[in-house]
Design a protein around this ligand. Sequence first.
Ligand code: GLN
Length: 309
Amino acid sequence: MVDLQVLARDVHAELNGEADRGKVADYIPELAKVSLNKFGIAIANLDGVCFTAGDADEAFSIQSISKVFALALALGKVGDALWRRVGREPSGSAFNSIIQLEHEKGIPRNPFINAGAIVVSDIILAGHRPREAIGEILRFVRVAANDETVSIDPAVARSEQEHGFRNAALANYMRAFGNIRNSVELTLGVYFHQCAIEMNCVQLAQAGLFLANGGCDPRSGISVVSRERARRISALMLTCGHYDGSGDFAFKVGFPGKSGVGGGILAVVPGKASIAVWSPGLNAQGNSLLGTKALERIAQRTGWSVFGT
Ligand code: GLN
């Protein structure tokens, strides 16, 4: 048995000196302010015990990692009807790409590219005010993390609102096909606020435990989603969680993960652990460069994989 505390510390120490740390996202100006030197790791086992290294206690913008929680919430609301409006195939394109939408008549490839996540936000917003929908997403994350202090950074939400031209294009385009039902402005407001949730690695690793444990929070015993749903969300994380880098992530790491442009990655190892890594420098596909390397080393040394032991 690998000592997870030693593992977290070793992997952090080995990679922390790397000169090539990727590039911090700057299309959201507020994210560009974060130091490239940050690097944190948290590994939570199924007893909820967390093993940490580096900046694991420092909050960062979870960005697209929020799409996992929003999907779980939306599925709880509308069930499989969600799949009439969003696909389940990897896109092979960038997270903010618009090109497939025309061919596929406004139905996004999957719920983790921006277009798909905007539809999921639109589903959560249905019948609510934006404030209520945002509150519901935040509550879901707080319950999953077992931490009432998780919050939204309004400066990041504002920054994205002011510069989110591509997301506005995606939402308007889908609205033209009837796949956005609320006003584009309100739906985007929900989406930007969910992306602006800030968490540290410890909170994020804890929040992923229900997925690693068949849908049930192992600390409270509360069933967050059904076992089948946890498996399916995890399958989508593996096939679509890193956009056009998803194949490479599956190849190198071998268990489900979801990245965000804030430099975080949430990875779940079914039956074993939930892992959060954070380093704000991104690779060409917009996924954390050091974070991916860290998960690769963790996978190698533990032998954890969904493809056999
Ligand atoms: N809020 C970001 C955006 O819409 C999320 C993208 C990401 O994390 N990959 O561009």
